[in-house]
Design a protein around this ligand. Structure first.
Ligand code: SF4
Length: 279
């Protein structure tokens, strides 16, 4: 394959930006996530839950100070690129992101989490067939956003194809997902909810919802969050007022005969970072 110099520059710039974004995401929680954790810690009434918040916040602080990952499960890399009109859409985008993940895995270092789904053979550098997962969308600026996704919370995520007549049942589906998950996703959780689209689009919306700021919710999101918190699962599943820190919803229109709903569960370690790509 011929690679022209513009392509290799683009690929190199994206590799550098992806590596920087992963360093930032793995070592430091975003300010909005830290703010909701601190807010919940200040209002939590359960003594064991308060201790769990102390442990979580100390963990976050130590990771920042010692420049080590916030959690031993450093996730699988999910990457979102925004592309302004003057940046060409080409294979270089994907090779650049892949190289950035490869470098970050060695430099930070990250746990090599990516395996063949059936043989379970580890690729060794967090890249593989279909990994990193890369989404590209048009935008005003050339940016790369990383969302390293841990398995504990990903594994309890759920999708449902509700009946069109069940719009009022959507909150129940979300709450039921958290109830079924219990303490497994390392609560307190953040819930990304995708409503509408198709089977696959709803799941993509749910994950994109995790990129939204979590320090503000609309009324619909707040009501679901309050119902989830009434479950009393609490931090790390040990009981308490705080099972969810936030619920974020993204919607798309759908077929008149469909109502897809996806819930992407995210643990408190909601790691994400955005870096502007310069080339
Ligand atoms: S669910 Fe989150 S906090 Fe728990 S082990 Fe996985 S990445 Fe870490």
């Amino acid at each position: 394959m011929m690679i022209n110099s513009a392509d290799s520059t683009l690929s190199g710039a994206l590799a550098e930006a992806t590596e920087r974004a992963l360093v930032e995401a793995e070592l430091r929680l975003p300010p909005d996530v830290l703010a909701v954790l601190r807010r919940a810690a200040a209002t939590e009434r359960n003594e064991i839950a308060r201790q769990e918040f102390t442990n979580i916040l100390e963990n976050v602080e130590l990771a920042r100070e010692r420049r080590v990952p916030i959690c031993q499960d450093t996730g699988v890399p999910v990457v979102y690129i925004t592309l302004p009109p003057d940046v060409p859409f080409s294979a270089s985008l994907f090779t650049g992101v892949r190289e950035g993940v490869h470098r970050a895995t060695a430099a930070i270092p990250l746990r090599p989490n990516v395996v063949d789904p059936l043989t379970r053979e580890n690729t060794g550098d967090n890249t593989g067939v279909g990994v990193p997962v890369v989404h590209v969308a048009p935008g005003d600026r050339f940016t790369v956003t990383v969302l390293p996704k841990g398995a504990g919370s990903e594994n309890v995520s759920r999708i449902g194809m509700l009946l069109p007549s069940q719009a009022a049942e959507v909150p129940k589906f979300v709450v039921e997902t958290v109830l079924l998950a219990g303490g497994r996703p390392c609560p307190p959780v953040i819930l990304g909810v995708g409503i509408g689209g198709t089977f696959d689009a709803a799941a993509a919306l749910a994950k994109e919802a995790l990129l939204l700021p979590v320090d503000a919710m609309d009324r619909y999101e707040q009501e679901i969050c309050d119902t989830v918190n009434a479950l009393g699962i609490g931090p790390m599943g040990l009981g308490g007022d705080t099972t969810a820190l936030a619920v974020k919803v993204k919607r798309a229109d759908c077929h008149t005969a469909s109502l897809p709903v996806a819930v992407n569960v995210q643990c408190w370690a909601c790691r994400r970072a955005t870096v502007e790509v310069r080339w």
